[in-house]
Write a protein that binds this ligand. Structure first.
Ligand code: SF4
Length: 450
């Protein structure tokens, strides 16, 4: 039988789709692209924004057009949050929640199309299993995503993730080490630690992200470790000093800010003030002047007046950061902020988002240009465009080098050249770690939404 997959949302979802793919592959299924006809379609959904919900519904319909007789399974965050809504879409056979998503074979033994959809979604309060996951070649050919943590206890007032993924929980250090060893054996040089709230790693197992990093650093053959993102209040001095002193952990930080004014941060129920955040960023800059620092911002949160937006804009403008991820606020069912007063009109949300995106471009461009002449390590990825290969430095600067087959999946020292608006040109100075072939466990055919 043939099975196809579509993934929406974050890298954690990609890693979890890879686990589902392995389950099907182990049972003899052929994995085909989502655009091909298949017997089973699995859609792994996201529900962070209203747009993500809408996309999920469109993908289900697309599956039905391509494979009208396929068994359609919908899993992931949107499935946990709105199972009835999904089951009412024509063609859906099974909807699986957070606890059930890795047990598709228990709920659909022969994948025969059902006369009416079945919903298997436990209450999120009872979700406690972890669901180990790592991506090997799902979208990145040379970088592997390892799920180390799931769920979140922070309950920010705008966020659906705790409702969709449950309480914070972590995989043991031993299991993380063993999966990292497996990824190294497969040929991966860079491991990206992913989760919902990675900085919270180990809290309930009496350990910490710092201990995990110490153990992963010791794994033979690991060349680079990247941390997908970390909450600012969880990045303490001890962790920061270890992070920056490590030869293997990339000098790249993704630190959600969400808003630069204390008034909105408080309403968002974030656990830091704007001055805590600023202090952290300056501390990183002082210790590592070339570190890549990315910032998430939400625009148009209830109560964000014109004046508060200007304060937010100016705060971010002054911060020495490298790039922004700008999200336009959207009301999510069952979150506290849906009832907050001071709704911002959508057209204002969008125009403010545009302004911040332009600021983000300016920051990225200034950061890239400041790197000109530096020699840094770059992992050469496999994608070829215009006869060039690209990849990221440890500091998350995207670089292009002329194509050569022997470079794919090697780590090279490159001298950073001109910025062309998107990437920087790179001149190879020396090869740090020669290319190794990656033995990909699953074919590169998953379709990734965004
Ligand atoms: S820290 Fe806040 S925004 Fe991030 S997942 Fe947890 S509740 Fe959501």
């Amino acid at each position: 039988m043939k099975v196809s997959f579509y993934t929406l949302g974050c890298k954690l979802n990609y890693a979890e789709t890879a686990t589902l793919e392995r389950q099907f592959k182990d049972r003899g299924f052929d994995i085909v692209p989502f655009s091909d006809q298949s017997d089973v379609c699995v859609i792994n959904t996201c529900s962070v924004t209203e747009r993500a919900d809408r996309e999920a519904r469109q993908i289900v319909r697309r599956a039905m057009r391509t494979s009208p007789n396929a068994f359609v399974a919908v899993v992931g965050c949107y499935a946990q949050l709105e199972p009835e809504e999904i089951s009412s879409i024509d063609g859906v056979d099974v909807v699986l929640g957070a606890s059930e998503k890795f047990r598709l074979f228990d709920y659909a033994a022969n994948f025969k199309k059902l006369s009416s959809p079945r919903i298997h979604v436990s209450s999120i309060d009872t979700v406690s299993d972890f669901g180990p996951a790592y991506s090997g070649g799902v979208d990145d050919r040379t970088r592997a995503f390892l799920k180390v943590q799931d769920g979140c206890d922070f309950n920010c007032s705008f966020c659906t993730i705790p409702l969709a993924r449950g309480e914070s929980r972590s995989q043991s250090i031993e299991a993380c080490v063993s999966q990292t060893e497996q990824l190294v054996r497969m040929g991966y040089k860079e491991i990206i630690l992913t989760g919902v709230n990675v900085g919270d790693y180990g809290k309930k197992n009496d350990t910490s992200l710092l201990n995990l990093l110490r153990s992963l650093e010791e794994v033979d053959g690991v060349q680079r470790i990247r941390i997908s993102s970390i909450e600012p209040n969880l990045l303490n001095d001890e962790l920061l000093d270890f992070w920056l002193s490590s030869e293997k952990i990339c000098d790249h930080f993704h630190i959600p800010l969400q808003n630069g004014t204390d008034e909105i941060l408080k309403k968002m129920r974030r656990r830091y003030t704007s001055s805590d955040y600023k202090k952290l960023i300056y501390s990183i800059r002082e210790k590592s002047p070339d570190a890549g620092i990315g910032v998430d911002v939400i625009v148009g949160f209830p109560g964000e007046t014109e004046e508060l937006f200007e304060q937010n804009f100016n705060f971010i403008h002054e911060l020495p950061v490298s790039y922004l991820h700008v999200f336009t606020y959207s009301e999510r069912p069952n979150t506290p902020s849906i009832d907050f007063p001071g709704r911002v009109e959508p057209r204002i949300r969008y125009s403010h988002s545009d302004r911040l995106r332009i600021l983000g471009q300016m920051k990225k461009s200034a950061f890239y240009q400041s790197q000109r002449g530096q020699v840094r390590k770059m992992l050469v990825e496999g994608s070829i465009e215009n006869n060039k290969l690209s990849g990221y430095t440890d500091t998350y600067v995207r670089i292009e080098v002329p194509y050569h087959p022997s470079l794919e999946n090697s780590i090279v020292n490159i001298r950073i050249g001109d910025f062309n608006g998107e990437t920087c040109e790179g001149e190879i100075v020396s090869v740090e770690s020669p290319a190794t072939p990656i033995s990909i466990e699953i074919p590169l055919v998953s379709t990734i939404g965004r």
